[in-house]
Design a protein around this ligand. Sequence first.
Ligand code: KG4
Ligand code: ZN
Length: 312
Amino acid sequence: MILGIETSCDETAAAVVADDGEILSNVVASQADLHARFGGVVPEIASRRHLELIAPVLEEALDGRDVDAVAVTTRPGLIGALLVGVSAAKALAWARRLPLHAVDHLHGHVASLYLRPLDLQPPFTCLLASGGHTMLLDVRERGGYRVLGTTLDDAAGEAFDKGARLLGLGYPGGRELDLLAHRGDPRAYAFPVARVPGLDFSFSGLKTALLYRVRDLPPAELAARRADLAASYQRAIVRALVERVEAAGAGTVAVVGGVAANSELRASLPGAVFAPLALCTDNAAMVASAARYVEAVPYPQYLSLDARATAA
Ligand code: KG4
Ligand code: ZN
């Protein structure tokens, strides 16, 4: 049994996963409400909140269980936020004389597919679309992947969140924009889908296009057209993602990360394998899952382990 810990952004999470991929507990304490009034995650506030939440979240996830190893996200993410999880993981592993797995958050998202009952087997092409990353990955084995394409500017989730903000929705806005779009006409506005070379993505132009649309509409009309704007904007993001997935070629396609929860994306890729909704946004079950495929650092060598803001 592996205890997973995740604190890379604004979710304080802990989970216990069995070696065969069964989830025994999965606790996520979201800080979204705390950051909402700032319209985005405030790193220093996130670190402090992780510090308050980490012990009770760990206690609830462990629920008196004995575990054989501890796994923690060490990169990439907000450095102060990561450090809270890494410090907690070291302390807990050291006190129990357990080995420690250092997990890459992106590998974690991919490994959300390896949990039961899904238990997806490579090879597959993976679209990882979250608030911080948008990547197309070639996955041949569970221990890693090769990057085929990545975003040149904003991540898809960031595009959703920035769009939601322009439309006066809360933070994080992806889910709310998704809901609002249901009531709108996706053909009402033509938003550009950036075409960059290869399998890379670009979303910053789209956000600017929405900014101009919103700015040009008189307030009364803006209120009446919000759903149409949301639907058209979402359509453009989903198109960009789907086009790239299709360009990557044949074979099994899997979608992970917060944006994998998007209803239009799920409907637009009917043949693809989607991570279960509860495992799309950040959680620690995916971290424990990934740990099964990365070598552990033995007790007590991991005391010198460090967090990193950037990918390895
Ligand atoms: O994977 P995640 O929890 O965090 C990162 O690692 O970044 O992803 C969070 C992102 C946010 O940008 C959020 O707005 C987006 O996922 N998201 C959605 C939906 N649910 C969450 N975007 C579009 N439609 C949704 N239903
Ligand atoms: Zn994430």
